[in-house]
Write a protein that binds this ligand. Structure first.
Ligand SMILES: [Zn+2]
Length: 502
């Protein structure tokens, strides 16, 4: 064996060739993931696969202390990368080694690891932090809701920055383990399955697991004093619902609605296919807000949703999102119709099933109740703009668009599409155009013009009556041009209209 001796000068020269080349290719990751409505949302250059959050929260002071461990894979050589976060960070380690960090903008945490991250390699990022989430404000606004006995993170499009560092955009989904330590007598609710709980020295720790990809805004944390009900579905899925102990007069109606979660999910499986996650449930904290949100496996409901008695329709809406929104998520926030049009339409289908007005009757009533000069018709559900992301038109005009599709292609193909789409795109992301192409593929009909009219053209479109009886199965022969009466379900569905108010 003959050893080749490399002269020091040659070695130095080759190092000069190698090291600067590698360092030159490692640049900083982008401070945003490329969302057209929210340029600062998410970050470029890496993808998170798992979040492990180990938290302690004291309701008396609103102090949240945490260690977040992120497993991330670099998509390019990275000399620096950003996280989205609002609380005070004390230390960051990347692959075990202390990293430098700085803050910028309203939510950017810039991390410079000691060694650049290599493209294609997984890195661990450990962030230690503490702070009072209610004191972190963006434009004077906080996603964190304080309650008399705790606090809640449940908001759209952002809430993660108030309680954990993340790549905060639906394009980067990950699995979650959330472990929360709270004073004895207080509960901590999050997504997925409650794996275990244990008490020690006056504190109780709750360990939650969400084992399917989950968008950061669909991760939720609720600390407070709750009554918890648990059950199993016929197929063995664990069900866990939680109700604040001080819901007052809304307590009965809240339970009479949310306790029907299993029944509603079973019905939705018939329409949308197999339920995509490992747990079911819902929770109603004692917040003053009025909205509800499809937090994954465990939707959040404001008590005010139940001020007029039970409202199963809102449960239908939030559970429909588990397929349309949570499993199949927006690619860009402008694709919000892919979530909200279908969640609203599911309420119409539930009404149809309950004999409280068919989807066609609800579409007719919705259409007739808005005169052509109503600014409602100027909002394009397929690209409503950030300021109108949760405008009523995204929901109502968005759902009429779906009824127009049903009338165009007939029930058989329509319901095949409703069920096929969540399987085709499970745990992924989709653009509005992806749905249009899928509907064309399954129906065998050109549909670009129909969707262009309903989703992208300002103004009140003509709403053709359903196809004549001679066409597709289930198509009705006539629709009332002017609906004779308000559908029975109308007011309950209207009461869910502020689902995403800020
Ligand atoms: Zn919704």
């Amino acid at each position: 064996m003959r050893r080749k001796v490399i002269a020091p000068s040659v070695l130095a020269a080759s190092l000069l060739l190698v090291i600067p080349a590698s360092a030159a290719s490692a640049g900083p990751g982008a401070p945003g993931i490329g969302d057209s409505y929210y340029p600062a949302s998410g970050n470029g250059g890496y993808d998170v696969s798992h979040y492990d959050l180990r938290l302690q929260y004291q309701p008396k002071t609103d102090l949240l202390e945490g260690t977040a461990t992120l497993l991330a894979t670099a998509k390019q050589d990275l000399s620096r990368f950003n996280l989205d976060f609002g609380l005070k960070v004390s230390e960051i380690r990347v692959n075990g080694v202390k990293a430098k960090f700085a803050t910028s903008g309203t939510q950017e945490l810039e991390v410079t690891p000691a060694q650049p991250l290599q493209k294609g390699k997984e890195a661990s990022v450990v962030v230690k932090y503490s702070g009072k989430p209610s004191e972190y404000k963006v434009d004077g606004w906080s996603a964190w809701q304080r309650t008399p006995d705790g606090g809640i993170a449940a908001q759209e499009p952002d809430s993660a920055a108030w309680w954990f560092p993340s790549n905060d955009h639906p394009l980067d989904k990950a699995t979650f383990d959330v472990s929360v330590n709270v004073p004895d007598g207080t509960q901590a609710i999050s997504n997925g399955v409650l794996q275990s709980q244990s008490s020690r020295l006056g504190w109780t720790r709750y360990n939650w697991r969400s084992n399917k990809p989950q968008a950061t805004y669909l991760a939720t944390l609720a600390v407070g004093k709750f009554d918890i009900t648990t059950d199993k579905t016929a197929s063995g899925l664990p069900v866990l619902n939680a109700y604040s102990k001080d819901l007052g007069d809304n307590a009965g109606a809240a339970r009479a609605s949310v306790e029907r979660t299993t029944e509603v999910a079973e019905w939705l499986e018939g329409v949308f296919g197999p339920y995509p996650f490992n747990a079911l449930g819902g929770y109603v904290p004692n917040v003053p807000s009025g909205f509800a949100l499809e937090t994954q496996t465990r939707p959040f409901y404001s008590p005010r949703q139940f001020a007029n008695g039970a409202n199963v329709s809102v449960v239908v809406h939030e559970l429909a999102h588990q397929w349309y929104g949570d499993s199949v998520s927006v690619d860009n926030w402008k694709d919000i119709w892919v979530n909200e049009g279908f969640a609203r339409y599911s309420q119409w289908l539930w009404s149809e099933k309950e004999g409280e007005g068919t989807a066609q009757e609800l579409a007719d009533w919705t259409y007739a109740s808005r005169p052509a000069e109503d600014p409602f018709w100027q909002v394009k559900p397929g690209d409503p703009g950030a300021e109108n992301q949760f405008h009523g038109a995204v929901y109502d005009r968005g759902a009429i668009a779906i009824q127009a599709l049903r009338n165009e292609i007939g029930d058989e193909k329509f319901f095949k599409i409703l069920k096929g789409w969540p399987t085709e795109r499970a745990y992924g992301n989709a653009k509005v155009g992806d749905f249009v192409r899928y509907a064309e593929k399954i129906s065998g009909k050109p549909l670009a013009q129909l969707f262009d009219t309903w989703l992208y053209t300002p103004g009140k479109p003509a709403f053709a009556p359903p196809a004549t009886a001679a066409k597709g199965a289930g198509a009705r022969s006539q629709a009332p041009a002017k609906p004779a009466a308000e559908p029975k379900s109308w007011k309950k569905i209207a009461a869910t209209n502020n689902l995403h108010e800020h």
